[in-house]
Design a protein around this ligand. Structure first.
Ligand code: UDP
Ligand code: MG
Length: 354
């Protein structure tokens, strides 16, 4: 059996040495063949040279280097695209996803689950703001977007080969992996754990990035914000009609129109604000439709080390592809335009790319 570990990394030079020490002992205990697929998400520190050094020392260490920062969700997508394993685990590189948990996850996988998710019981080393917003986010997502989203379950998960093949078919631009997994309806087992603080380095998720991810999560799985606007618009219109009737009545029978100036201004502002918010929301959704219609690739690879995945060659945009793929003619990006991909799990010696 082959276990693939997918690790997105972005400016993680401080933590990589600890990761290289922590992972192998656990993987040896599991006893399967394994591959570590690092996706360098456009790091600007010495992450890349650390990864290259590890890859030249051990062919099981593979590196996919993005041409720029495409984000963690795109990096996970690339890792799943190139993983050959019978089971594939996605985990953070900062040791907040404890490698020791892999053994329990594999046990659950052997019971026949498509996905083994991990649920955070506690979170160490995170700000009060992050904990509070995370709790609010999970409960909002469950109530408003998809009740199948388990609370406190992040991207640290094990997928069966079948689940990976299913996920690969989804090529939407604005990606929220957890939403995809819930939507697919995979047979899921949940393992609970205490999430430690980062082993080293800083979080790569400042508050604005968290808000962006939350909005992607909501807008890619729900049109509810648009429905809220519609409802609010209808309520405001009903209120406007009722108030107009009252204004006409007051002008004719009570003669108190002049003092109404301040309320007029208030309502004007209120309605304009509501209208602009609704137009802005619609604009955001239209913008997302525009992004999808361009059918751009989800990520662009600069180069790679120890990667031999010719099945992906037709749809991955690769600036410096490995020798074996360099001569292939260009193809459209979308998988639907391609023959079905076959990923043969193999532990054959991996060829080193230039
Ligand atoms: N990451 C990435 N691209 C980004 C941001 C983060 O590949 O644009 C990686 C990062 O290197 C780490 C994982 O995603 O391996 C989770 O990031 P981080 O630990 O900073 O998030 P947090 O645990 O603070 O939510
Ligand atoms: Mg982290």
């Amino acid at each position: 059996m082959l276990l693939s570990i997918v690790l997105p990394v972005y400016n993680e030079q401080e933590v990589l040495p600890a990761l290289f020490n922590a992972l192998p002992p656990v993987l040896e205990r599991i006893g399967w063949d394994y591959e570590l697929i690092f996706i360098d998400d456009g790091s600007r520190d010495s992450t890349r040279s650390l990864l290259n050094a590890a890859a030249s020392a051990d062919e099981r260490v593979k590196v996919l280097a993005f041409s720029r920062n495409f984000g963690q969700q795109a990096a996970i997508t690339a890792g799943l695209d190139f993983a050959n394993g019978d089971a594939v685990v996605v985990m953070d590189a900062d040791l907040q996803d404890p490698p020791e948990l892999l053994e329990t996850m594999i046990e659950q996988f052997k019971l026949g689950f498509d996905v083994v998710s991990t649920q955070k019981m506690t979170r160490d080393g995170e700000s009060v703001f992050k904990k509070a917003t995370a709790t609010a986010f999970y409960s909002f997502m469950r109530k408003a977007v998809d009740e199948r989203l388990p609370p406190e379950v992040g991207d640290f998960r094990l997928f069966s080969r079948g689940a990976v093949q299913a996920i690969r078919k989804f090529r939407e631009q604005h990606r929220f992996m957890r939403g995809l997994v819930a939507w697919l309806g995979l047979r899921e087992s949940i393992v609970r754990f205490h999430r430690p603080a980062r082993a080293a380095g800083e979080t790569k998720y400042p508050p604005w990035k968290l808000v962006k991810l939350a909005w992607t999560a909501i807008s890619s799985f729900s049109a509810m914000p648009l429905r809220i606007c519609l409802t609010a618009g209808l309520l405001l219109t009903a209120f406007g009609i009722a108030y107009s009737i009252y204004a006409v009545y007051a002008a004719i029978f009570v003669s108190t129109t002049a003092p109404g100036w301040s309320s007029l201004v208030c309502f004007q502002l209120l309605f304009n604000g509501a209208t602009l918010t609704a137009v802005g929301l619609v604009g955001d959704y239209v913008g997302r439709i525009y992004d999808e219609s361009k059918q751009r690739p989800l990520y662009v690879l600069g180069d790679s080390v120890n990667i031999e995945a010719s099945g992906c060659a037709n749809r991955v945009v690769w600036i410096n592809p490995p020798d074996a793929m360099a001569g292939l003619p260009p193809h459209p990006f979308r998988e639907s335009a391609q023959p079905a991909r076959e990923h043969t799990p193999s532990h054959l010696p991996m060829k080193r790319a230039a």
